[in-house]
Design a protein around this ligand. Structure first.
Ligand code: PXG
Length: 467
């Protein structure tokens, strides 16, 4: 047989783990501790379930990494990729060329995004998309003769990616501590996290939303309004722990951006493509962003693709006054990735997944989480569309957290893994974002697993004398 086409050699889990530890540096991983434990090897998937190399079935309540919106095993996406790979596996979009899938996707994206978006700049990932945002925002103000407008305001505990610009925009202190970040011209304000910041002060959610948005205005005045280029935020902070902001927050942020004429950038890498029960998170919260970063759900993660939707305000300046924008990636508009994205968006439409989340499973999940909020370990339960968070606390009545060093979230996550559920821990916040195709019956199945793992965590925490 042709060696290139030889089937993958079957190996035991231990063999995979040994080869993995010997050669593969994983992202966001303590290499030594992984080598000791051995990686979990995922070998196949279908719908909302994964199987590992020992044959265990796992309910994937994280959609891979917030991305498999249409669920695993959708033949339409596989066929789109196969067809495009055969017809034209690659050509670039530099030097005044284009390919049909990239043009089709650009057209389709302007249909499904809010009306101000009629242009797109493609990248290979969300991080690259946010690098493009930084370059484009500064280019915009340069072209308008305002080069001093350089500063981009973001938020603590935001996640905007892992490149130099993405990690700088993000507000993760552990990331800033490595590599001399943030890069110049990026500053942060506090996040709109009511449970952590508003509740202890006795503020209602709505009062706190206005206070938290006010921090943006304070920062603009501190930096000098003539120096501020843009504000960037995730509609709901995802990696930060599914922090659903108060309803008063985003309208006030929009008002402040308008007042000072600064660009509003919505990072929709997680919230886009139906996650919140709307096509995009900005529609859920009523903002009119000038730029919108996307990735993940655009292809349901079947193949890497990201980009930036460019609103008319910015596109008009870039196109009419622009000249060459000296920026782009080899894979900007990759034909196979774009063909998969086109199929994915058509499938989201055909299956009416946005409506499914908005009218059916989103409200159903909210009810299920309300019930889980009764659990003695849960201090707060929040959902938005098909995202959910359970804040684990030591004392339910007062909302007192566990000491961080106990890592109670990790204890709970361990029980989830052992019980066939992938749910993430961000500190002591347990989070989920299941595929949008999930049914009510599957939500019940997930909720039963979550409840069992909360009970096991409670017993564990009591057993260790932490309660
Ligand atoms: N913006 C947001 C809002 C994201 O969530 C990125 C940008 C970067 O996208 P790329 O494609 O470059 O990874 C993300 C990515 C987690 C986790 O632990 C979340 C992400 C990535 C890795 C881990 O929740 N989000």
């Amino acid at each position: 047989m042709n060696a290139v086409l030889a089937p993958r050699r079957e190996r035991t889990t231990a063999e995979w783990q040994a080869a993995d530890a010997a050669h593969f540096l994983h992202p966001f991983t303590d290499f030594q501790s992984l080598a000791q434990k051995g990686a979990r090897i995922i070998t196949r998937a279908d719908n909302i379930y994964l199987w590992d190399s020992d044959g265990h079935k796992i309910l994937d309540a994280m959609s891979g990494l917030w991305c498999v919106n249409v669920g695993y095993g959708q033949p339409a996406l596989v066929d789109a990729a196969t067809r495009q790979l055969k017809e034209l596996p690659f050509y670039n979009a530099f030097f005044q060329t284009a390919t049909p899938p990239a043009i089709e996707l650009a057209e389709l994206l302007s249909e499904v995004t809010p009306p101000q978006f009629n242009h797109v700049f493609f990248s290979g990932s969300g991080s690259e998309g946010n690098d493009t945002v930084v370059r484009m925002v500064r280019r915009y103000w340069d072209l308008l003769g305002r080069p001093e407008r350089q500063v981009i305001i973001s938020r603590r505990n935001a996640y905007h990616g892992s490149t130099m610009a993405g990690a700088s925009l993000g507000g993760m202190s552990a990331m800033h501590a490595q590599g001399g970040l943030p890069i110049p011209g990026i500053v942060h304000i506090e996040q709109p996290h009511w449970f952590e910041l508003g509740r202890p002060q006795g503020l209602s959610r709505d009062e706190f939303g206005r206070v938290a948005a006010g921090w943006l205005e304070q920062k603009i005045l501190e930096v000098g309004p003539e120096k501020v280029a843009a504000f960037i935020g995730e509609p709901v902070q995802g990696a930060g722990g599914v922090i659903v902001p108060p309803e008063t927050y985003w309208p006030e942020i929009q008002r402040i951006c308008d007042r000072y004429g600064i660009l509003l950038v919505s990072d929709e890498v997680i919230c886009g493509f139906g996650r919140t029960g709307h096509w995009f998170g900005c529609e859920r919260f009523g903002t009119r962003p000038d730029l919108m970063t996307f990735a993940k759900g655009v292809t349901s993660g079947y193949i890497p693709l990201g980009g930036v939707m460019v609103g008319d305000r910015v596109a008009d300046v870039l196109i009419r006054q622009g000249g060459e924008f000296t920026h782009g990636y080899t894979y900007s508009g990759h034909p196979v990735a774009c063909a998969v994205a086109v199929a994915n968006i058509r499938l989201i439409r055909e299956l009416k997944l946005v409506e499914h989340v908005h009218d059916d499973v989103g409200p159903y999940l909210a009810g299920v989480f309300e019930a889980l909020a009764e659990h003695p370990l849960v201090g707060e339960a929040q959902t938005c569309g098909l995202m959910g968070a359970l804040q684990l606390v030591k004392d339910k009545a007062s909302g007192t957290p566990f000491p961080a060093e106990l890592e109670v979230g990790m204890v709970c996550r361990g029980h989830c893994f052992a019980n066939g559920l992938i749910m993430r821990a961000v500190g002591d916040r347990m989070i989920i974002a299941p595929p949008l195709v999930i049914t009510r019956a599957q939500i019940d199945e997930m909720a039963a697993l979550i409840r069992r793992c909360l009970d096991l965590t409670l017993a564990d925490v009591r057993g260790r004398g932490w309660l």
